[in-house]
Design a protein around this ligand. Structure first.
Ligand code: SAH
Length: 269
């Protein structure tokens, strides 16, 4: 009997594991451990780098879900959980963001299969990291909005990009690279300058495939077209973009010599 084999009649557990943005080293230690002990792994083929499945043992059943319907996916997970102690559904980035988590777990609940989620590094964070950017900066922006524009999935009332952009905070825009003209229109309508910096990162963290494009609200679409970027890309609009080159920035209070906190007393000037 191998470690992953279930005892007869018992039920295993399905783990929704965030694979991270693509670099196999960006999965969590826990996610990696679960893959190593998995009896079956179902990965989201369109985005998760197959390399993440490298961690699964040779005896593990590994399957790509790209041609499966929701019913097939949940049916497969239920069937595998009846045979293996550990079943992993490997998802891109973090499973709680645009990951269809609820529609997958409801049938598991109905079938009495236990499940749990292991968070992952979202592509929003990986994209900022790839470009050496911060998503928050003191007195510039202290808020990050994770959103998308309406495609086939409509946006709920009050969440259209123009309304969200009117706060002039950092915006990480998922699933919208083919809708860059909608993004441009919404930000301009919300009062963003056409010279405002915009960052697009395709395949953030993917070894040898990552592309970083910097432009302005006005020219980013053209630049992405020139780079043939039309999928798997994050759009970041933020008043903090490019701050590493600013001559002066407001420093975080945390490291300010004149600021006391739990671990350090302020130095009197
Ligand atoms: N759960 C994922 C998001 C899934 S939705 C996460 O937390 O990242 C798919 C969208 O995520 C893509 O359209 C793209 O906007 C973004 N995305 C996923 N992986 C990416 C990557 N490596 N680089 C840039 N964007 C990525």
């Amino acid at each position: 009997m191998t470690l992953s084999n279930n005892t007869e009649g018992a039920t295993g557990q399905v783990w929704f594991v965030g694979a991270g943005p693509g670099d196999p080293e960006l999965i969590t230690v826990k996610g990696q451990r679960l893959l190593r002990q998995a009896g079956a792994v179902l990965y989201a083929g369109s985005l998760v780098n197959e390399a993440a499945t490298l961690y699964a043992p040779a005896t593990c059943l590994v399957r790509d879900s790209k041609d499966m319907t929701l019913e097939e996916i949940t049916g497969w997970l239920i069937e595998q959980a009846r045979q293996h102690k550990t079943v992993v559904r490997l998802q891109t980035g973090d499973p709680g963001l645009y990951g269809a988590l609820v529609e997958m777990v409801q049938p598991l609940d109905a079938a009495g299969i236990p499940w749990a989620v292991v968070p992952g590094v979202s592509s929003a964070m990986a994209s900022a990291a790839a470009a050496g950017e911060t998503l928050t900066l003191p007195e510039v922006t202290q808020t990050v909005i994770l959103t998308r524009v309406a495609g086939r999935t409509p946006m709920p009332a009050g969440e259209d990009l123009e309304s969200l952009a009117s706060h002039h905070t950092t915006l990480c825009i998922f699933l919208s690279i083919t809708l860059l003209s909608d993004v441009q229109r919404a930000l301009l309508a919300a009062g963003w300058d056409e010279e405002a910096p915009i960052l697009v990162v395709q395949k953030a963290s993917w070894p040898h495939e990552e592309k970083i494009v910097r432009g302005t609200l006005k020219d980013i679409r053209e630049k992405c077209r020139a780079e043939k970027i039309n999928s798997q890309a994050m759009i970041i609009a933020s008043p903090a973009l490019g701050a590493r080159h600013w001559p002066e920035i407001r420093h975080s209070k945390l490291y300010d010599a004149g600021f006391s906190h739990r671990f350090r007393k302020a130095v009197k000037p």
